[in-house]
Design a binder for this molecule. Structure first.
Ligand code: NAG
Ligand code: NAG
Ligand code: NAG
Ligand code: NAG
Ligand code: NAG
Ligand code: NAG
Ligand code: NAG
Length: 480
């Protein structure tokens, strides 16, 4: 039957049901676990449609990378975000029990460990930040805590991988400027090395605090304390618990703080502080820090109970590819923090509920590459009026905030003393500690690469796209 022979009213109905009503959105009933799982499953499936790393000829662990000239419309995903995504899928399995992606996740997390099993794969040297390494390390830590299936015995184990990242970074603590702290970038030849920032130090603090809880080894807690004290001393976290981006170390010794605020910075410290609260058996000091961080997080990153990336969401086209994913970490870490510091549960659960409902409505898009009527935007407060954006970050954020609503029934994270089976190695990664620049010398090819980056950066500045790419991770330096 030809289209034109269908009576018009029927044709309209048919068109509406087939293509029309773009605002179908994702169904979500928060009173039903089955509904939450089903919504998370749909969003996870769509998120994984961006991932090709497990297909033949592709590299496990990588999302389609940034093209030579990144912009909002053609941006690819940096290495760290892939690491974060695999962590979000560990969460997905933990909350839903769905094992669909477990093999793909294990393959990726084990393929990108690098030669020293500390998430410094040689291919990524030219763009490696301590935070990038940290995100993969945190995903391995999550796998250990949640009892994600252990890798085969001949492969590095989740706990040992997190310890590898910790050990390498502990060796990079640098008191010669700003009285301490980690640099943003992992190697001194990279642009951005002289910047010290909240996310690099937040990753280290977060991993250290979680290792303290998991292993009950006090060395990690001492490191976490020292990191917290330092971050406070340079006022990256102020007295009201606002978390700022960072500062240049060489020019002015971290005294000129860049006050941009990103939700993942607040949340990474919140989760670390919640672990320190737990590790100290509920000390008043850490209780105050957890309460203060949560209060500032709720004030700075929620509007009417809905998570909001304050720096760019009012005009979502100004969010960089990285920023589009930040609410994934904001919400997952708030949820995880309630397990370590149960006194914050009520405050967190309320906003996870309102944010999840709003996020589900925003999953109503039909971009050209995913014309399914359920692709997620980021602007949750817009309701079912899809904001026109799509990608891994938006899918990951919607998946995390929705599945986080299963936190009440989810089991407590494991520790070595409470059933955790992941094998550790306290000296993991130590081969890399002292002189990483010597371990990974700059090759001629690297230098050429850096030159190309510099040229590219100038070209972008000239062409007026500076904000888009330079806002990458919040400072005026492009990531390689
Ligand atoms: C790759 O992973 C997807 C899930 O994201 C799965 O559907 C597909 O079968 C996998 N392909 C191969 C070749 O393993
Ligand atoms: C590094 O890059 C090479 C060449 O593209 C690729 O074959 C290899 O699998 C990559 N390794 C990792 C860990 O990404
Ligand atoms: C910066 O701080 C270090 C200590 O961390 C100190 O030795 C150095 O003199 C300071 N430099 C400047 C320019 O203030
Ligand atoms: C505790 O952690 C520290 C720091 O990584 C390590 O040097 C030490 O060997 C660990 N102790 C035990 C008993 O594992
Ligand atoms: C917390 O309590 C446990 C059990 O009483 C104790 O073994 C541990 O030392 C305490 N931890 C701290 C940091 O006080
Ligand atoms: C520490 O975390 C465990 C596991 O979630 C929880 O049972 C315990 O109550 C927490 N401790 C404190 C002091 O809140
Ligand atoms: C919460 O944050 C607001 C804004 O910074 C501040 O005025 C208020 O005192 C804080 N409340 C608590 C309990 O810390």
């Amino acid at each position: 039957m030809a289209w034109f022979s269908i009576p018009r009213p029927l044709a309209v109905l048919l068109a509406l049901s087939l293509f029309g009503d773009a605002a179908t959105a994702i169904e979500l009933d928060l009173t039903s676990s089955a509904s939450i799982k089903s919504a998370a499953s749909t969003i996870a499936f769509d998120m994984m449609s961006y991932y090709k790393g497990n297909l033949s000829g592709q590299t496990p662990g990588l999302l389609p990378g940034p093209p030579a000239t990144p912009s909002i419309t053609n941006a690819g995903y940096f290495w760290w975000e892939a690491g974060a995504m695999f962590g979000s899928l560990v969460d997905y399995w933990y909350y839903t029990g769905d094992t669909t992606y477990n093999d793909v996740v294990s393959q990726a997390l084990l393929f990108q460990t690098g030669p020293d099993n500390d998430y410094l794969p040689t291919n990524q040297t030219n763009g490696m930040g301590n935070d990038d390494q940290g995100f993969w390390g945190m995903s391995a830590m999550t796998a250990a805590e949640l009892g994600f299936p252990d890798p085969p015995p001949d492969k590095p184990q989740w706990l040992a991988l997190a310890q590898g990242v910790y050990n390498v970074q502990a060796g990079k603590w640098d008191p010669t400027t700003c009285n301490g702290g980690l640099h943003w970038q992992a190697f001194s030849f990279l642009n951005g090395f002289t910047y010290k920032n909240s996310i690099a130090n937040g990753c280290f603090f977060n991993i250290a605090a979680r290792l303290a809880v998991y292993t009950a080894n006090d060395s990690y807690a001492v490191s976490a304390e020292r990191t917290w004290d330092w971050v406070r001393s340079v006022k990256f976290i102020d007295d009201a618990y606002n978390v700022y981006d960072g500062a240049q170390s060489t020019v002015d010794n971290c005294t000129q703080v860049n006050k941009q605020q990103y939700s993942y910075n607040s949340a990474i410290f919140l989760l670390g502080a919640a672990h320190m609260y737990n590790y100290t058996n509920g000390s008043q000091i850490w209780q105050g820090r957890v309460a203060g961080l949560l209060n500032a997080t709720l004030t700075n990153f929620f509007r009417n109970g809905i998570a909001y990336e304050n720096i760019c969401e009012a005009k979502v086209s100004t969010c960089s590819i990285d920023m589009l994913s930040f609410k994934a970490y904001l919400t997952r870490w708030m949820a995880a923090a309630t397990k370590q510091a149960p006194f914050i549960f009520d405050q967190v659960k309320g906003v996870l509920e309102s944010s999840a409902k709003a996020a589900a409505l925003q999953c109503s898009g039909s971009p050209a590459d995913h014309p399914n009527g359920r692709t997620c935007g980021l602007s949750w407060a817009l309701g079912a009026a899809w904001d026109g954006t799509s990608g891994v970050g938006q899918q990951m954020a919607a998946m995390e905030v929705i599945q986080s609503n299963l936190i009440t029934q989810a089991k407590a994270p494991l520790t070595a003393g409470s059933g955790g089976t992941s094998k550790g190695d306290p000296s993991a990664g130590s081969g890399d500690i002292s002189t990483p620049e010597v371990v990974k010398p700059i090759t001629t090819a690297d230098r050429a690469g850096a030159g190309i980056l510099t040229a590219l950066l100038s070209a972008i500045v000239v062409s007026g796209l500076a904000w888009v790419s330079m806002a990458e991770k919040g400072v005026g330096i492009m990531k390689g």
